[in-house]
Design a protein around this ligand. Structure first.
Ligand code: SF4
Ligand SMILES: [Zn+2]
Length: 286
């Protein structure tokens, strides 16, 4: 359960359910989601059963938003069998909005079919990652900007919300330009219709990032860079821009001000950009 700022400034409750199913066919260099997948296609009925089990333990109106994250692409029928969509939509009935993740290349008519099954709104979360031309080509994501643009336009045309994931510290982006490219990518996403943009600091640990780090092609982003990228992106109204706060303790940071910066990032995520949070003052790293 998390709290999230909505476009109008209200704070809504979001429930994220992690579903296990088939692995994603892409192999992005920064991704470790394959650890939470199974060999072979997702069996029919497996995802509704997982969702039923989670929801059974929770009050009926536990959250405004339901995020269904399946460590792959929701609109890949190998990961989410088409036969399961009606039951998933039925289980999602108490929620005002449902968010699912998908590679831009898998966005098409099936997204509209699922949106029609839902009683609330559908939001599709798409990883744009970075618009740095060299880095984007090296991510193994097989996503070019034209593909992203057409997916964003398709969603807008069908009145489906778009959330975009943007990386901080993408491999092959020079560390000194990292914040700048993140802010530019947030700006690009907002200009192409993203209502929400989440900045995700790249976290090592999948083996490939360590290999790239040894070659000098990846520098782990810091907590201070995340704070800076978020602060600079907040002016990009009307998109709601937030920093991903999962595993923040893994980011390199100054020991003296780490807790204050984490607290400020969490406040910035929830407060209106028109009410700036005072900057952290630290004698050790200023
Ligand atoms: S498309 Fe998404 S889930 Fe698939 S490898 Fe890339 S980041 Fe991971
Ligand atoms: Zn400090």
């Amino acid at each position: 359960m998390e709290e999230e700022r909505a476009a109008g400034g209200a704070v809504e409750r979001a429930l994220t359910v992690f579903l296990s199913g088939a692995e994603c066919p892409f192999t992005c260099s920064f991704c470790d989601l394959w650890r939470w997948t199974i060999d072979g296609p997702t069996p029919v009925g497996a995802l509704p059963m997982q969702l039923e089990l989670v929801l059974a333990d929770l009050p009926a109106r536990v959250a405004d938003r339901l995020k269904l994250y399946n460590a792959s692409n929701f609109f890949d029928r190998r990961a989410v069998p088409l036969e399961d969509l009606p039951r998933i939509a039925e289980l999602a009935q108490p929620f005002g909005t449902v968010t699912v993740e998908s590679h831009a290349g898998m966005i098409g008519p099936v997204v509209c079919d699922f949106a029609e099954l839902l009683s609330g709104r559908l939001e599709v979360a798409v990883g744009l990652e970075t618009i740095h031309p060299v880095a984007a080509a090296q991510l193994n994501k097989r996503l070019d900007l034209d593909r992203f643009d057409s997916a964003a336009a398709f969603l807008a045309e069908h009145d489906i919300d778009l959330r975009v994931f943007v990386l901080l510290g993408a491999p092959h982006v020079p560390a000194a330009e990292s914040v700048d490219w993140t802010v530019r990518t947030v700006e690009y996403a907002a200009a192409h219709g993203a209502g929400r943009v989440a900045i995700i600091p790249v976290r090592g640990g999948n083996g490939e990032l360590e290999r790239l780090q040894a070659q000098g092609a990846f520098t782990p982003p810091t907590l201070a860079q995340l704070e800076c990228a978020l602060e600079q992106s907040l002016a990009l109204a009307p998109a709601v821009v937030t920093a991903d706060v999962w595993d923040l303790d893994r980011l390199p940071a100054c020991d003296q001000c780490r807790a204050d910066r984490v607290s400020r990032i969490k406040h910035l995520n929830l407060s209106r950009p028109s009410r700036p949070e005072p900057a952290v003052r630290c004698s050790a790293c200023a």
